[in-house]
Design a protein around this ligand. Structure first.
Ligand SMILES: C[S@@+](CC[C@H](N)C(=O)[O-])C[C@H]1O[C@@H](n2cnc3c(N)ncnc32)[C@H](O)[C@@H]1O
Length: 362
């Protein structure tokens, strides 16, 4: 079977994703102040007669984690121009849960539509089914594009992963190089589309999960949910051995995200310096919020596991469902993960590591 006929496990998040997406929320909060002061406060309006500012949320999921970003960016813009006429465009894959997104934009009390309602602003919201691997908005139409914990999603499967669900753990040169090539070409495609959607002088802010491989030992020191992915692979391979999951389904399955190293981002911007001026580009580690909560508050492994499982399930269920469509089997699978959290909690204390990019479109 040709690689390209295989199904790619690329879907949107499930409903209610953000309620438990605590690590993602922390990574965003950690870089927000700098993004506001170095990008938004230095943003120059292209013309006084521009009817509105188009602020784009790329990979918005159910929207909730973006609300503080939209609020902070809008307040900073409003200080420079009053009244501000704002259009917020929420872009996500056509398979995403747009009902949940729409509900949150209009009903959630944390929505910018609520928190900014007393400000001197006109606010319009637009939902755009699209992909950053395609033309997601007209050329020169966006003033500011931000993307939080989304640009690591791959465009497709590069190859079968024989022993793992995750490309960074590819084994053998063929698997590895297929994924490395896709990672470089995906980065190039996405940044080209972001560039063409932005107006000249427009700003781009991204927070992207990353890894921190030690170049001398080759060891992956740090990347988002490393141990969780290992345990998922081990468990799913057991289900293949038992005949519960077919070999074909396993071969069709992958968690399609590239956790890139900071130098891969640096290289792209260095190679394309006529497209963007880099305002900042750095990587940062954040303490695992679950472990903190466990040690400071819970003091109970069962509570830690319950808490952590909700988070892992929030981002992985839409992907796992493709392998285990039966709800009971899926519950058993997640129960197995939970048991691992209780039995070997030390494996799951990884901190998170993100790359932060701030750039101006030239
Ligand atoms: C982990 S969620 C992040 C959501 C939110 N921005 C946050 O920071 O919590 C990743 C989101 O990116 C979306 N996504 C993945 N690939 C995409 C693509 N090619 N184009 C647009 N959105 C994509 C997914 O559907 C999902 O909603």
């Amino acid at each position: 079977m040709s690689e390209h006929t295989l199904k790619a496990s690329i879907t949107g998040m499930r409903e209610g994703y953000s309620e438990y997406a605590v690590s993602q929320h922390n990574a965003i909060a950690n870089g927000l102040e700098r993004a506001v002061s170095q990008l938004v406060e230095t943003f120059e309006f292209s013309s006084a007669s521009d009817p509105y500012i188009n602020l784009v949320d790329l990979g918005s999921a159910d929207g909730v984690n973006s609300f503080p970003v939209i609020e902070s960016f809008s307040r900073a813009l409003n200080k420079k121009r009053m009244p501000l006429n704002l259009m917020v465009s929420h872009v996500d894959l056509p398979s995403a849960d747009f009902n949940g997104l729409s509900h949150n934009i209009y009903q959630n009390e944390c929505s910018y539509r609520q928190t900014l309602s007393t400000e001197n602003m006109g606010i319009h919201s637009v939902i755009v089914p699209g992909s950053f691997y395609d033309s997601f908005l007209p050329e020169n139409s966006a003033d500011i594009i931000f993307s939080t914990t989304a640009l690591h999603y791959a465009s497709r499967r590069a190859s079968i992963l024989s022993k793992h669900v995750h490309p960074l753990c590819a084994t053998g040169n063929e698997e590895k190089s297929a994924w490395e090539e896709l990672s470089a070409s995906d980065l190039n495609t996405a940044l080209n589309h972001i560039h063409s959607s932005l107006k000249s002088g427009g700003k781009f802010w991204a927070v992207v999960p990353a890894h921190n491989r030690d170049s001398s030992t080759g060891k992956i020191n740090n990347y988002w949910y490393r141990e969780v992915l290992d345990v998922m692979s081990e468990q799913l391979l057991e289900l293949v051995d038992k005949g519960i999951v077919s070999e074909e389904s396993w071969n069709n399955f992958v968690l399609p995200v590239h956790q890139r190293h900071l130098y891969q981002w640096q290289k792209w911007f260095a190679d394309n310096e006529s497209m963007f001026q880099v305002d900042f580009l750095y990587a940062e580690e954040q303490e695992n919020p679950y472990l903190q909560r466990f040690t400071n508050i819970h003091q109970d492994l069962n509570l830690f596991a319950d808490d952590y499982l909700l988070s892992v399930r929030a981002w992985s269920e839409q992907i796992i469902i493709q392998l285990l469509p039966d709800t009971e089997q899926r519950n058993t699978f997640f129960e197995g993960l939970r048991n691992q959290f209780v039995q070997t909690p030390d494996r799951f204390e990884n901190d998170t590591f993100s790359v932060y990019i701030g750039a101006t479109r030239l």
